[in-house]
Design a protein around this ligand. Structure first.
Ligand SMILES: [Zn+2]
Length: 138
């Protein structure tokens, strides 16, 4: 099982997001003061208008690869045993772009593609209770 670094708490802005990951939900915020604009990454105030009136929502977890890069070697603990892996921006269907990983069984340089449809999954970690949201091609 992967052994990625865990979030540090207390963390007021992202606690609800990580609690969602624990129950298999990809949560994001929308602002109730500027027309329902999506606010991601989670923050205490809307990144567009500064309002504190943000509503939590649950994404269906589907999206498309906007772009990606393959890391061939990473010596940071929690990543060094991964081998080559894809770091990607995924455009989630509800309207936010998320920095994440696209996980494939084989060579990520061949199996990950820009424009590819992907779906979130929550990768359990040996390092703690909070799974990491990653995406897999569908
Ligand atoms: Zn706003």
């Amino acid at each position: 099982m992967p052994n990625r670094p865990q979030p540090s708490f207390p963390e007021a802005d992202t606690q609800h997001y990580w609690d969602g990951a624990k129950v298999g939900e990809l949560r994001y915020q929308t602002c109730t003061d500027c027309g329902g604009k999506v606010n991601f990454v989670p923050t205490a105030h809307c990144q567009t208008c500064g309002s504190p009136n943000l509503k939590w929502n649950v994404s269906k977890g589907d999206g498309v690869v906007y772009t990606y890069s393959v890391v061939r070697q990473n010596r940071i603990p929690g990543f060094q045993e991964l081998g080559a892996y894809a770091v990607a921006y995924v455009d989630v269907d509800e309207g936010f772009r998320m920095l994440t990983n696209v996980v494939v069984e084989g060579d990520p340089t061949k199996e990950v593609k820009i424009g590819q449809r992907v779906r979130v999954e929550f990768e359990k970690q040996d390092s703690g209770d909070y799974p990491i949201p990653v995406f897999r091609p569908v």
